[in-house]
Design a protein around this ligand. Structure first.
Ligand code: 1PZ
Length: 206
């Protein structure tokens, strides 16, 4: 029964959606659409809720930013044109702008990428070290003291890897396959987004 419900395999859904986006990026023949990017990014939210109540604030912030991109997709076709609109309106760095939210969501996707990489090379049942490494690498340089302290506290209430696998309806080997698929697919997409910023000299470290 659970096998056939649409959310039965959230990891699989994520890896399929990002594989599609990676194919678009790798084909170099068409631009990434806001709609498919925001749709794929929304599939990551259930993962954050698996991490427990301590990360509720991360989930709320992430979902709000993805929702903003979903909304944008109703009137803007590609990520490129979305950024160019903000460039023209001089709103790239404005709080709540689509382009600013895109940069934050990109970081969320990068965090998941590093997290999965680390989970696959880390022995034992704790995801604290993998998540800490991912957070240190991706978000910590951009977060103030208060948020970093809250994240550090949340690290002590994380589920174990086994608990996470049960919630995600996977076993160790099926999860590894999906995680590896996501790692492979997300890397070129993340680079593509960074290039959109860097080629317009917008920077990505803000
Ligand atoms: C989910 C647990 C993984 C480790 C920690 C992940 C990040 C936790 C930090 C959450 C902080 C949320 C509070 C708000 C932060 C905002 O100041 C910034 C800047 O937003 P802006 O000023 O542009 O409105 N928001 C962010 O940095 C985006 C945070 C998104 C977190 C996504 C995490 C995805 C994790 C998936 C894990 C499986």
């Amino acid at each position: 029964m659970a096998e056939t419900s649409p959310d039965a395999k959230p990891l699989r859904k994520i890896s399929v959606a990002f594989k599609d986006l990676a194919d678009t990026v790798n084909s170099q023949s068409s631009d990434v659409e806001v709609a498919s990017f925001s749709q794929a990014s929304s599939l990551v939210s259930p993962l954050i809720s698996c991490l427990g109540i301590a990360f509720k604030f991360a989930e709320i912030d992430y979902v709000a930013k993805v929702d903003d991109l979903v909304e944008a997709s109703k009137s803007i076709h590609t990520l490129q044109s979305m950024i160019d609109r903000d460039v023209q309106a001089n709103t790239v760095r404005k709080v709540g702008s689509h382009t600013r939210n895109l940069l934050r969501v990109k970081r969320g996707l990068d965090l998941v990428r590093v997290l999965f990489e680390q989970i696959m090379v880390t022995d034992g049942d704790s995801i604290k070290d993998p998540l800490s490494k991912a957070y240190e690498e991706v978000f910590a340089p951009h977060h103030g003291w208060a948020i970093r302290m809250a994240v550090a506290a949340g690290m002590y209430t994380l589920p174990t890897k086994q608990q996470l696998l049960i919630t995600l309806n996977e076993d160790e080997s099926s999860a590894s396959v999906q995680m590896q698929n996501y790692v492979t697919a997300s890397a070129p997409l993340i680079q593509y987004i960074e290039k959109l910023f860097l080629s317009r000299e917008l920077g990505i470290d803000w």
